[in-house]
Design a protein. Structure first.
Length: 405
């Protein structure tokens, strides 16, 4: 990881070098998850799983509704301002959740945090890509996103383990540290510099028609072949990582709060290696085939999670974690390289919008299955459905659409 930063910044101009370092720092701070192994247990102190499922779905609606307008905001008024606003929302939301006395605190805090996530979504990546392009160094984006992802995963690994241990000391401690983390991130974000030369602000007055700009960009011939496979990956990973699936699978294998903190840390070590090898994978296999293989692996992980593998279940979780963590920067690279600057943040936000929409219903269903004790059947259905659908549609695309050169 250190070699990656040295390589990337050795001959960068000072302003670009600062943005590169801040990009890595902010990506890492946004990957701090003291609550990853314990939120499942923290929220259940204030509501049952069905109620939590409904709350998470409503909060995702907030995120979805805000995704595209905030992407347009970033393209119109600047990516730095968008990141600043997003992190300040995180600070307020994290404090409210930390001080929760009932489910209403969780809902209000989550509402503000998800609004903040929408502002950050795609904006940070678009800012640094534009700065690289401004200095004719866009070819280094692969290495930068890989290095940033490695640091992010390492940060996640350390903080999730600490959070699991602190939960045993006091159940509010992990959420208090999340508040402190976002406060630090918000301060750092004000040192970002907007790349003025290559950043073309949208020369439009925002109205309802322009909310569909991102959808139009995703229908471009150079992006369309990847859309179905990338969407399937993001939908399953969001359901797994933000919903009930990840902690429920871990509990099924015998891992609880402290145990989940430990296995998430161990899995992160493997993920650091995988993400750091992104540029190697992209040289060995074309982007479409690479994403197709990753969605197969994720689906198989969902299907195999229904079995009682005990502690060996960590291998099943690793299939989903590894493939998903490799896919995210891969998809980001594809979109950033094929979309013009003035539409970049909007298109990335639209991609996230598409991936989160099914979560609204799926997570409520998952909560109901969990309350009834049938969550394994839910995972089996998800794995089989997405495996069959993604492979069928990808086969049609391969026959009828030529890959971009």
């Amino acid at each position: 990881m250190i070699n990656g930063i040295t390589l990337l910044t050795s001959n960068f101009p000072s302003k670009l070098k600062r943005n590169v370092f801040l990009f890595i720092i902010l990506k890492s701070l946004n990957s701090v998850w003291f609550v990853e192994a314990v939120w499942f247990f923290y929220w259940s102190k204030f509501a049952n799983y069905f109620q939590i499922g409904i709350m998470l779905s409503i909060l995702t609606v907030v995120w979805l509704v805000a995704e595209i307008p905030t992407g347009l905001f970033a393209d119109k008024f600047g990516r730095k301002l968008s990141v600043n606003i997003g992190l300040l929302c995180h600070v307020v939301g994290a404090f409210i959740i930390f001080s929760a006395q009932s489910w209403l605190y969780l809902f209000i805090g989550g509402f503000i945090e998800n609004f903040g996530r929408a502002f950050i979504s795609g904006s940070l990546e678009a800012l640094v890509y534009d700065d690289l392009k401004n200095n004719s160094r866009e070819k280094d984006y692969d290495k930068l996103i890989s290095t940033a992802s490695q640091f992010s995963i390492a940060t996640f690994a350390i903080t999730v383990l600490i959070g699991g241990l602190l939960f045993a000391v006091h159940f509010r401690l992990p959420h208090f540290l999340m508040f402190i983390n976002f406060l630090i991130a918000a301060i750092f974000s004000f040192w970002l510099t907007e790349p003025v030369n290559s950043f073309k602000k949208l020369s439009i007055n925002l109205n309802r028609q322009h909310l569909f700009i991102g959808f139009k960009q995703l229908q471009l011939p150079k992006i369309r072949p990847y859309l179905i496979t990338a969407s399937a990956i993001l939908i399953l990973y969001f359901l797994y990582d933000w919903g009930f699936s990840k902690p429920a699978m871990a509990v099924n294998f015998g891992f609880f709060a402290q145990g989940q903190g430990l296995i998430y840390m161990l899995m992160s070590v493997v993920n650091i290696y995988l993400v750091g090898s992104l540029h190697v994978f992209r040289k060995k296999v074309n982007d479409l085939e690479g994403l197709n293989r990753l969605v197969i692996i994720i689906c198989l992980g969902f299907i195999l999670s229904i079995f009682k593998f005990g502690y060996f279940g960590i291998l099943i979780l690793l299939l989903i974690e590894g493939a998903s963590n490799l896919a995210e920067p891969w998809i980001s690279t594809i979109v950033n390289k094929n979309i013009d600057s003035e539409f970049r943040a909007t298109t990335l936000s639209t991609m996230h919008f598409i991936s989160k929409t099914p979560f609204l219903i799926l997570n409520i269903i998952a909560g109901r299955f969990l309350d009834l004790g049938y969550i394994n059947y839910f995972h089996l259905i998800m794995g089989l459905t997405f495996l069959i659908a993604s492979q069928f549609i990808s086969h049609i695309y391969k026959k009828n659409i030529k890959l971009p050169v």
